[in-house]
Design a protein around this ligand. Structure first.
Ligand code: NOJ
Ligand code: CA
Length: 677
């Protein structure tokens, strides 16, 4: 017994010899980080004195330089406080407050060459971020190949917490049905990765400002350690650098409620300000498109009898857009390369050669007369070298025809992006490795030169770069509406009750809501079709933030239900402020947003497979104002499987002191427009 005690004392003593630690808290004092160099550089996170992340390692290793790991000690630290506001050119909030405490820690090694690096922590009330800064130094010359980032997030709750996640390094990129499991049963996961502890603490781990670095996925190791697992290059290296470098921010959002995660602005606050200067040419808007017809098999992208992108069809869509107030018409399948199995046509896509039945000049002239823009489309099918060789010409053609928005596509299995390297050798890369991180951004920066905004499909995940490059206007990066056309299985009822607390924490999504005809393959519940009520389709416009929102269905289906369509016509896409009013991950959410260009408010609520009643306190509305509330809600007999179309539209006079009670059907929802009287 005595011997055991001595041993224990010696270990504790040995560990503490000269160990240094540094701490910092958020402005409200609730969130705290403690950093130590005991054994190896590590950090720990508390929320209101409750342990959130236990000792988690910091550091990285290189292929042919000394590692930044054991033996580094804290040499000094610098603290700073900052409280400012900044404006978004477009967004879910017009003004964002950036209030944080920062501590930068200098680590040094007493012996090895490559003996310095910093870790910079920023603590906000809604979460924290940290990143590595590695200066140029003796011992770190030449090409630096990162072979391991040691960063860990060691959850104190992994034995009992519930997690929502999609697998990383799977063939379908980010387009998976979300898993809801015990934390300890997760796999290698993508971020944002969200979990809830048994006491209700919600945590989401992600990254901000992913530039010239590999995307970070998380791999669960022993004792709840989520280890940074960077997506490699085709040659196995994780990240290639030369000289000084700074990593993306590793982010941890912490909130006692699920809605606290949604209301966080951490990711944007950790990005650099706009570098594009005046961006008045980046225009939020609503659009329709030559699109759903292809997904449900009524049209084809390729040429032939069912070709969708014909001059006459596009003009018909433009007329519809003009009549009902849409800004643009997306046209897919307009250019050479779609014939045959287009998934594998990456080598032959031509981005400047329209099909014969698509007269781009006549179309853009028709649109210009009506005030409706043609929205461009570049599907690469994953051959990014073929795209890059044509990129300038492709944007120039669109610019000449008045196009200011282009949707891009990178349909290819994950790991199968095709590039031809500087030696002419074909390489296959991941969508979320460093090579593609750079390739996506190159596309954005090139587009900016032509006054074009980009909506990326099969993208790299969002990490808030819209702040720095406001023309990166939206993206896909999760299962969207298209899966309800051919997903087998389609998106389950809970899908859009999970997205706000996971994928959407990273930024806007081009989900493409608004399907009115759910019976295109029959209303049978097992078919591919939206597993929602009609009211829930309307709710998506407020719940899912995107500065570009599509009305995805065919014009004829809207003309058959103009009363419900009115909500899509009315709902804005650019907001002064936004607030999640209530919700639980995977169950339901209610979002309120205030229009940036009027005094109107909009609220959207939706639920999973369970019907539920929400009591909506209207105290978010402007004081001393009475409003007409136009309510679109599930009818008494609505139910997604058997009766999706039962919709009630009613008007009520309300004031901020009122409470509205709304019943949502199974996989139902509601949408409300509040107009001041
Ligand atoms: C996948 C995109 O998500 C979808 O919107 C598009 O229609 C097809 N690729 C074709 O580019
Ligand atoms: Ca897709």
């Amino acid at each position: 017994m005595f011997r055991v005690l001595i041993c224990w004392v010696m270990i504790v003593f040995a560990h503490n010899v000269n160990a240094a630690s540094v701490s910092a808290t958020s402005p409200n004092g609730k969130l705290k980080v403690l950093v130590t160099d005991e054994k190896h550089p590590s950090y720990r996170v508390f929320y209101q004195d409750r342990l959130v992340l236990d000792w988690s390692k910091l550091g990285m290793t290189f292929a042919s330089h000394h590692p930044l790991t054991d033996g580094f000690t804290i040499k000094s630290n610098t603290k700073r406080t900052s409280d400012s506001e900044w404006q978004q050119p477009w967004g879910e909030h017009q003004v964002i407050r950036d209030h944080h405490n920062q501590v930068t820690i200098d680590f040094q090694h007493p012996r090895q060459s490559a003996n310095r690096y910093q870790v910079e922590f920023k603590l906000f009330n809604d979460g924290m971020g940290f990143r590595y800064r590695v200066p140029a130094q003796t011992g770190l010359e030449g090409n630096i190949h990162i072979t391991n980032e040691l960063t860990e997030f060691r959850s104190a709750d992994f034995k009992t917490a519930t997690a929502w996640w999609i697998p990383a390094r799977g063939w379908n990129r980010y387009e998976y049905v979300y898993n809801t499991t015990s934390f300890k049963d997760i796999d290698r996961v993508h971020t944002p990765f969200t979990y809830r502890a048994t006491d209700g603490l919600h945590v989401s781990i992600h990254e901000a400002a992913l530039v010239d670095y590999a995307g970070m996925t998380l791999d669960l190791r022993r004792d709840g350690r989520l280890k940074a697992d960077l997506t490699p290059w085709s040659d196995g290296v994780l990240v290639k650098k030369n000289g000084a470098f700074t990593t993306p921010w590793r982010t941890i959002q912490v909130s006692p409620s699920a809605t606290g995660l949604v209301n966080s602005t951490l990711i944007l606050n950790l990005n650099e300000p706009n570098t594009l200067g005046n961006v008045d040419w980046v225009k939020p808007g609503k659009y329709i498109g030559i699109w759903w017809g292809m997904h449900i098999g009524e049209n084809t992208w390729g040429s032939g009898d069912k070709h969708g992108a014909t001059t006459s069809e596009v003009k018909r869509y433009m007329d519809f857009a003009h009549k009902y107030g849409f800004n643009g018409v997306l046209v897919e399948g307009w250019n050479h390369g779609w014939d045959g199995d287009w998934y594998f046509n990456g080598d032959v896509f031509n981005f400047t050669k329209p099909y014969d039945d698509f007269d781009i000049e006549a179309i853009s002239a028709h649109g210009a007369n009506l005030g409706v823009e043609l929205i461009g489309h570049h599907e690469t099918s994953g051959n990014v070298t073929n795209y890059r060789q044509q990129m300038d010409d492709a944007f120039a053609l669109y610019q000449d025809n008045g196009v200011t928005q282009v949707k891009t596509g990178y349909v290819a299995d994950a790991g199968q992006i095709k590039r031809i390297d500087e030696n002419g050798i074909v390489r296959h890369e991941w969508h979320d490795g460093q090579f593609m991180v750079n390739e996506y951004l190159h596309n954005i920066i090139t587009a900016a030169k032509y006054g074009i905004s980009i909506n990326t499909h099969e993208p790299i995940k969002d990490t808030g770069l819209r702040r720095t490059y406001p023309n990166w206007i939206t993206r896909e990066g999760a299962r969207g509406m298209e899966f309800n056309a051919w997903g087998s299985p389609p998106n389950p009822p809970e899908h859009t009750a999970i997205l706000p607390f996971t994928r959407l924490l990273s930024g806007p999504m081009d989900f493409t809501p608004g399907i009115f005809d759910m019976g295109f393959k029959g209303l049978d519940a097992n078919s591919d079709r939206p597993q929602t009520t009609l009211a829930k389709q309307l709710a998506l416009y407020t719940v899912i933030y995107s500065p570009l929102q599509m009305a995805a269905d065919l014009p004829r289906n809207y003309e058959a239900n103009l009363a419900a369509f009115q909500f899509i016509r009315d709902v804005p896409v650019d907001w002064e402020k936004s607030k999640a009013l209530s919700g639980e991950v995977g169950d339901y959410i209610v979002m309120a947003r205030k229009d940036k260009h009027s005094s109107q408010w909009f609220v959207g609520g939706l639920t999973d497979e369970n019907a539920r009643v929400v009591n909506l306190d209207l105290d978010f509305l402007t004081n001393n104002t009475r409003y007409k509330a136009t309510i679109y809600k599930d009818g008494n007999n609505a139910q997604w499987e058997t009766n999706p179309y039962d919709l009630i539209i009613e008007n009520k006079l309300v004031s901020p002191s009122d409470t509205l009670t709304v019943k949502m059907a199974e996989s139902g929802g509601f949408a409300i427009k509040f107009s001041p009287l």
